[in-house]
Design a protein around this ligand. Structure first.
Ligand code: AKG
Ligand code: FE2
Length: 209
C-alpha cells in the first residue's frame, strides 16, 4: 500500500489525464469558422504547468518590425513533427485530439508550439495561423492552456462582427476549426491587471503554422 501511494505521489504524470472529448461544445462562427471548447479538459493541469515552466528550453525571440527590431512579448518553444514532446501528458493529449477529430480533419495533429506568457505584458497580437496551409484551406488548431487564465480574443477579419473572448487556463481546451485561420483573427491581449503566468500548447497538423 505504502509503495503504491508513494508511486502516485511522486509520479505526477499519472495524475495528468485528459477527460473524454465527447463533452466538447461547438460554437459555429461566421464565414464557415467554428470553435470547440472544453473547460478543464486536462486534470492535473497545474502540475503540467510547473513541469513545462521548469523544463522546456524556452527562448526569447526578436523580430524586425519596419525599421526596428523588437522583443517578441512571450517565450517560445517549437516541437516539429517527430520531435519528442516535453511531457507524456502532451503525447496523450495529441493522440486523443487526433483520434477525436480524425474523421473531420482527415489527418493527425503533429507539431506543438508552446508559448509562455510570463505576466500581463506578454501577449500575441491579432493574427491568423496562415503562414502555411491555413491561408488557403480549412484546418484545425487545438490549444491546451495551463497556468493562470488569459482571454483569447477572436474577431472576423472583415470587421463584420463583435470580438468574442474565451478565458483559457488550468487545462482548458479550445479548437479553432473550419475557415477560422483565414477568415478570423485571434489574439491574447495585454493586460494591465495583475496576471499570473500562462502556458499554451498549440497542436497543428502538418504544414499548418
Ligand atoms: O496562446 C494562445 O492561446 C494563442 C497562441 C497563438 O495564437 C499562436 O501562437 O499562434
Ligand atoms: Fe495563433
Amino acid at each position: 500500500m505504502a509503495v503504491s501511494l508513494q508511486g502516485s505521489l511522486f509520479d505526477a504524470t499519472e495524475e495528468i489525464t485528459p477527460r473524454p472529448l465527447t463533452a466538447v461544445r461547438r460554437t459555429p462562427l461566421a464565414h464557415g469558422a467554428w470553435v470547440d471548447v472544453l473547460p478543464g479538459w486536462l486534470n492535473g493541469a497545474d502540475a503540467l504547468f510547473t513541469h513545462l515552466a521548469r523544463t522546456v528550453p524556452w527562448h526569447a525571440e526578436r523580430r524586425r518590425m519596419y525599421e526596428r527590431t523588437v522583443d517578441v512579448p512571450r517565450l517560445l518553444a517549437t516541437y516539429r513533427a517527430g520531435e519528442p514532446l516535453p511531457h507524456p501528458a502532451l503525447v496523450e493529449a495529441r493522440a486523443r485530439l487526433s483520434a477525436h477529430y480524425a474523421a473531420e480533419l482527415g489527418e493527425p495533429f503533429v507539431s506543438a508550439g508552446l508559448c509562455f506568457y510570463r505576466d500581463g505584458r506578454d501577449s500575441v497580437a491579432w493574427h491568423g495561423d496562415r503562414f502555411g496551409r491555413g491561408a488557403a484551406e480549412d484546418t484545425m488548431v487545438a490549444i491546451v492552456s495551463v497556468g493562470q487564465p488569459r482571454p483569447l480574443s477572436l474577431r472576423p477579419r472583415d470587421g463584420g462582427g463583435p470580438t468574442l473572448r474565451w478565458s483559457l487556463g488550468h487545462g482548458d481546451l479550445i479548437v479553432m476549426g473550419g475557415s477560422c485561420q483565414r477568415t478570423w483573427d485571434h489574439a491574447i491581449p495585454k493586460s494591465t491587471r495583475a496576471t499570473g503566468p500562462r502556458i499554451s500548447v498549440q497542436f497543428r497538423p502538418r504544414g499548418v503554422s
